[in-house]
Write a protein of this length. Structure first.
Length: 232
């Protein structure tokens, strides 16, 4: 992807990079980011985080996804989960594919949860990451119909509790949804869900599964890689 241009912004690129990281990584609203920066002597409006920060986040997300595809194997298995998200009071479906390690691979927003929507999402995920050895889902019939058409119905697993990892993957997104006071448009929901998944995967160091020293090393490595991505 092309590097983000800061040509029309009066604020320095370093401030925009910091605002983007705070907004996407932490459960903060744009106004929260503005207040945090003001406390540190940086006077910027929340609109800056929403415009320059979103563009920077989109560019970095594309780089993070390309690195994930090149370094991670997704063939072990994946879970597919569909949650409901309200946009201006209207219910939409947020589909997510989660790998065996709990990382969100793909996010997709639709208005319906029928076979057509499930098929389009599964095709999109498989085109990018390949066909997994197992596809863990709940018992929604749309999954089975889509898997049958794709010729992988024998890989579908619907046993009870098998989808727990995918079920838990929506918790960080729900925290962000509450901080942002819901979404106004379907397009903004799709854009942010995809960005948030990539950033959460990158900065999630599995704090509870490692020692303090290992966690600190992983956290520093993630931050260093983020800075190299936005600088290139």
């Amino acid at each position: 992807p092309n590097p983000v241009s800061f040509r029309y912004f009066k604020t320095s690129p370093e401030i925009i990079q910091l605002a983007a990281m705070l907004y996407v990584r932490l459960p903060l609203s744009l106004r929260n980011v503005e207040d945090l920066l003001h406390e540190r002597g940086v006077d910027v409006s929340y609109e800056l985080s929403g415009t320059g920060g979103t563009g920077l986040a989109l560019s970095s997300q594309a780089k993070l996804k390309s690195e994930e595809q090149g370094t991670c194997s997704r063939a072990t298995g994946s879970g597919i989960l569909m949650n409901f998200v309200k946009v201006n009071g209207e219910r939409h479906c947020l589909w997510r594919a989660v790998d065996h390690e709990g990382e969100v691979l793909e996010s997709y927003v639709t208005k319906k949860r029928d076979k057509k929507a499930a098929l389009k999402f599964m095709k999109k995920a498989m085109r990018r990451y390949g066909s997994p050895s197992e596809i863990v889902t709940d018992r929604l019939r749309s999954y089975g119909a889509a898997a049958k058409e794709l010729g992988c119905a024998d890989k579908q697993v619907t046993q009870r509790w098998a989808n727990n990892r995918a079920e838990n993957s929506h918790l960080p997104f729900r925290r962000r949804e509450r901080a942002m006071l819901r979404f106004r448009r379907m397009h903004s929901l799709q854009k942010f869900a995809s960005i948030h998944a990539s950033f959460h995967n990158h900065f999630n160091s599995q704090r509870s599964l490692s020692t303090r020293s290992t966690f600190k090393l992983n956290r520093d490595a993630a931050l260093t890689e983020w800075r190299s991505l936005v600088a290139s």
